[in-house]
Design a protein around this ligand. Structure first.
Ligand code: HEM
Length: 223
């Protein structure tokens, strides 16, 4: 059954060369920890991506229960956490994944920096990486408000005050984030939209470009 489906597709859109291109691509020796243990430093980009996939999957399930309004946000999270089968574990994965992904991202950035992989011809991928970095921080910041508890509320207030203190664009950035006179219903609605639609969309587009360039240029090194 699967075989005939595969053949049906292959005859029409020639899928064999597509997965062969990835499957037959040899891992260079200098990034393979089986050859040199120190090559494990090259794993952090892949680990970041692994966590990003977990965040997207767990986030999709959380969105099935989360209610983005100030009356019900906290209650919906409480309900999900305590009443729904696997709710606690899915929320826990998303909660801890958020921190672990930033740690992995940081280690990946350090690896790229200390192996000099940002240099010619990979400057453009470094710039895409910087954008990825800000998008990941943005996801962390916007996600933190969503449970709408005291910690979330006051952390966001402080975050918006920090944004407001930036010269020239500070006020505009703060009112864009806050959406109204106070941190309230408008803020929660736009943080939800940013967290669930805008930033993940931008993240996926940037990741597509990041991986395209890595395949095109090959991995850097050996040192
Ligand atoms: C969600 C965020 C990111 C993901 C999932 C990701 C993923 C990856 C992966 C899988 C690789 C292949 C090599 C490796 O794993 O080390 C890579 C390479 C690279 N990344 Fe990232 N990355 C991210 C963010 C960043 C950031 C923040 C920077 C720098 C500011 C960056 C710059 C680069 C560069 C320049 C390369 C090419 C390195 C080389 O050829 O040695 N990336 N990335």
């Amino acid at each position: 059954m699967l075989k005939s489906m595969y053949e049906w597709l292959d005859k029409r859109i020639d899928i064999t060369p597509m997965w062969r291109d990835v499957a037959d691509h040899e891992v260079p020796e200098h990034v393979n920890p089986a050859h040199h243990f120190s090559a494990f430093i090259y794993c952090f980009g892949g680990l970041t991506f692994f966590i990003v996939v977990i965040q997207i999957l767990s986030g999709m399930f959380l969105t099935m229960y989360y209610v983005p309004d100030i009356e019900n946000a906290w209650k919906s999270v409480h309900y999900l956490q305590n009443e729904i089968a696997f709710g606690q574990i899915v929320r826990g994965m998303h909660h801890w994944g958020a921190s672990v992904s930033i740690v992995m991202l940081f280690l990946h950035t350090l690896r790229v920096f200390f192996t000099g992989s940002y240099k010619h011809p990979r400057e453009f991928n470094w710039v895409i990486g910087m954008l990825l970095f800000f998008v990941m921080l943005g996801l962390g910041f916007t996600g933190y408000l969503l449970p709408w508890d005291n910690k979330a509320y006051f952390a966001t207030k402080v975050g918006i005050e920090i944004a407001a203190s930036v010269p020239i664009i500070g006020d505009a950035a703060a009112s864009f984030l806050q959406g109204g006179e106070v941190v309230g219903a408008q803020t929660l609605a736009r943080f939800f939209a940013l967290h669930v639609f805008f930033l993940p969309g931008i993240l996926l587009a940037l990741l597509g470009a990041h991986f395209f360039l890595i395949r095109k240029q090959g991995i850097s090194g050996p040192l």
